[in-house]
Write a protein that binds this ligand. Structure first.
Ligand code: ADP
Length: 329
C-alpha cells in the first residue's frame, strides 16, 4: 500500500439493520489500520454509541475469530436524533475530542446519509462500507449480507418445496424487502418460483397468478410457490391467501421467513466482499481521500466518491421476471 498517510487514527461503527459479513468488514478495517500503524477504535451501537462516547481502542486481537460469525461484535442501532444537525455537530466534537481523524460507517442508505452529512457539515473524513441484506445502495453492485440472506431464503424455500410437492400445495413465501425487490427476485429465480410479487406491486394480478397455477396443474405439476417481498404493510402473504381462497377457491399456505434472513454465518461470497471492502476503506483514507465508499463495480472492489452512493436503487430488471416466468411454465 502506498504511504501518503494524512490520518493517524480511524474509528469504525455499524449502523441500521445488521447484515451477515459485518464482522468480516470490521476485522478487515481493524487489521488494515493496525498493519499501517494507525490507531483504531470501535464504536459500539452505531451513531447512538458515538453520541454516548461508547468508543474503545481495538487491536489485531480484538477481531480474532469473528469473520465467520453473523451479526456484529460492535452491535448496531437506529438513532433518530442523528437526523438533527445539532446532534451531528456534537458527534463531530466527540470524534475530535477522542482524537479520531476518520470514521468508517458500515450500513445501508440511512447510515450513509448520516455519514455524508457529518462530512458535508463538519468536515469529518468518512468512508462507507455497504452493509445491508437489501442490496439497494446506489453505486455498488453488491452490499455485504445480501448473498447470505438470499442463500438462507433459498435453503428455506427448497424445504418448503419438498412439502408443497408431496402434498400438491400452493405456498406463499414472504421474504424480506420492505422497499427492495432484490431478495425476492433472486430467491424467486433460484427456487423456480411460479410467481414473484415485488414490494411495489400495488395491484396484484391474481388472475395471472391463478392462471399460472392452473397451467401447472394441467401439465401434472401439483405444487406452486409464490415469492412475495414483504412490502411496507404487514401481513401481505395472509392477504394473498385470503384472496386466493375467497375469489378463486384455491387453498394455499403461508410462510414468513422473517429475521432468519438477517442472521447466520456469512457465505464465502460475503466474506470475500467484506474483507476487500474493509481493506479498501482504510486504504482510501491512507491515500488522503476524505469521503468515499468501498464499492463493488463489475466484480472489482474499489474506492468511489461518496456522493455516488447516496441514492437507493430499485432494480427490477424485467429480464429477471421474464426468466422466472419462462423457466417455471
Ligand atoms: P440503514 O442504514 O440500514 O438504511 P436506517 O435507514 O434505519 O438504516 O438508518 C440508520 C441510522 O442512520 C438512523 O437511525 C439514523 O441514525 C441515521 N440516518 C438515517 N437517515 C439519515 C439522514 N437522512 N440524515 C442523518 N442520519 C440519518
Amino acid at each position: 500500500m502506498k504511504e501518503k498517510t494524512k490520518i493517524k487514527s480511524v474509528a469504525v461503527l455499524c449502523s441500521g439493520g445488521d447484515s451477515p459479513g459485518m464482522n468480516c468488514a470490521i476485522r478487515a478495517v481493524v487489521r488494515t489500520a493496525v498493519a499501517n500503524d494507525l490507531d483504531v477504535y470501535g464504536i459500539q451501537r452505531g451513531y447512538a454509541g458515538l453520541l454516548e462516547g461508547n468508543v474503545k481502542k481495538m487491536d489485531a486481537s480484538s477481531v480474532g475469530n469473528i469473520l465467520q460469525h453473523g451479526g456484529t461484535i460492535l452491535q448496531t442501532s437506529r438513532c433518530p436524533e442523528f437526523h438533527e444537525e445539532e446532534i451531528r455537530k456534537e458527534a463531530a466534537h466527540i470524534l475530535k475530542r477522542k482524537g479520531i481523524d476518520a470514521l468508517v460507517v458500515i450500513g445501508g442508505n440511512g447510515s450513509f446519509n448520516g455519514a455524508w452529512s457529518l462530512h458535508e457539515e463538519h468536515g469529518v473524513s468518512v468512508v462507507g462500507i455497504p452493509g445491508t441484506i437489501d442490496n439497494d445502495i446506489e453505486g455498488t453492485d453488491y452490499s455485504i449480507g445480501f448473498d447470505t440472506a438470499v442463500q438462507t431464503a433459498v435453503e428455506a424455500v427448497d424445504k418448503i418445496r419438498d412439502t408443497a410437492h408431496s402434498h400438491d400445495r400452493t405456498f406463499i413465501v414472504e421474504v424480506m424487502g420492505r422497499k427492495s425487490p432484490a431478495i425476492a427476485l433472486h430467491v424467486g429465480l433460484c427456487t423456480g418460483a411460479e410467481n414473484i410479487i415485488l414490494p411495489t406491486t400495488e395491484d396484484i394480478d391474481f388472475d395471472q397468478i391463478v392462471s399460472d397455477i392452473k397451467r401447472g396443474i394441467s401439465r401434472g405439476k401439483g405444487s406452486s410457490i409464490i415469492i412475495a417481498a414483504e412490502g411496507e404493510k404487514e401481513g401481505l402473504s395472509h392477504r394473498i391467501k385470503e384472496v386466493l381462497k375467497d375469489k378463486y377457491s384455491i387453498d394455499s399456505h403461508t410462510c414468513i421467513l422473517g429475521h432468519i434472513q438477517r442472521g447466520g454465518n456469512p457465505t464465502a461470497h460475503d466474506r470475500f466482499l467484506a474483507s476487500q471492502m474493509g481493506y479498501i476503506a482504510v486504504a482510501s483514507l491512507i491515500n488522503g481521500e476524505v469521503a468515499t465508499v468501498a464499492a463493488q463495480r463489475n466484480g472489482k472492489v474499489l474506492s468511489v466518491p461518496f456522493k455516488e452512493c447516496l441514492g437507493k436503487k430499485f432494480d427490477t430488471d424485467p429480464q429477471f421476471i421474464d426468466i422466472v416466468k419462462t423457466l417455471s411454465i
